[in-house]
Design a protein around this ligand. Structure first.
Ligand SMILES: C[S@@+](CC[C@H](N)C(=O)[O-])C[C@H]1O[C@@H](n2cnc3c(N)ncnc32)[C@H](O)[C@@H]1O
Length: 187
């Protein structure tokens, strides 16, 4: 499904589309939080697919403006706020939390919050998993993207340690990289 999305902060790419399909399949009747919303693609798709309530946040104020404008032009209601991960997210429990994070390893010199996931490509993902539990409903699900270029083994180990079961439910090869769509639930 193509959305009416104007030129955005992080233009929806292959990773966005991979996640969008899974969001559309799961959204109906759920309360949803889209962390790192960028253009708002996941949040808007969730709302169009019949989500009960949708919240979206991004650390970048330009992304917040962009997602709000795109929600308006797609005629959907999304609560978009500026937040570093969960910092400003209201203390609610969400049925589905989605995060297409900055997931590429970076050398610290060419960092860009749109794609730089820290030295190992997993730092932002691990911060997210350390903070997410209070916002997740019982039997809630988390969808997130990670890359074959990141330190996957370490990431999987930490997720297990903090109580999450991870299944890879989608993948896509993009030149020399493979991106994965993870579904995490609390065990
Ligand atoms: C790969 S883009 C994904 C954008 C959009 N969700 C999509 O699927 O196309 C990552 C987004 O995460 C945001 N971001 C990076 N670090 C963040 C943080 N600590 N808290 C919230 N958002 C963050 C970036 O500004 C960017 O919009």
């Amino acid at each position: 499904m193509e959305l009416n999305v104007k030129e955005s902060v992080y233009e929806p790419m292959e990773d966005s589309k991979l996640m969008q399909k899974a969001v559309q399949l799961r959204a109906k009747g759920k309360s949803i939080l889209d962390v790192g919303t960028g253009s708002g693609i996941q949040a808007i798709s969730a709302s169009l697919a019949g989500a009960k309530e949708v919240w979206a946040c991004d650390i970048n104020p330009e992304a917040v403006k962009c997602a709000k404008a795109n929600a308006t032009s797609n005629k959907v209601e999304v609560n978009v706020i500026q937040s570093n991960l969960f910092e400003n997210v209201p203390k609610k429990k969400f049925d589905l939390i989605v995060f297409n994070p900055p997931y590429l390893p970076s050398d610290g010199k060419h960092d860009d919050i749109r794609w730089s996931g820290g030295y190992e490509g997993i730092e932002v993902i691990l911060d997210f998993f350390e903070q997410v539990k209070p916002f997740l409903a019982e039997k809630g699900e988390i969808l997130f993207i990670f890359s074959s270029h990141a330190k996957q083994d370490k990431m999987k180990k930490v997720l297990k340690q903090v109580g999450f079961n991870l299944n890879v439910i989608g993948k896509k090869r993009i030149f020399f990289e493979e991106i994965y769509l993870g579904l995490a639930i609390l065990v």
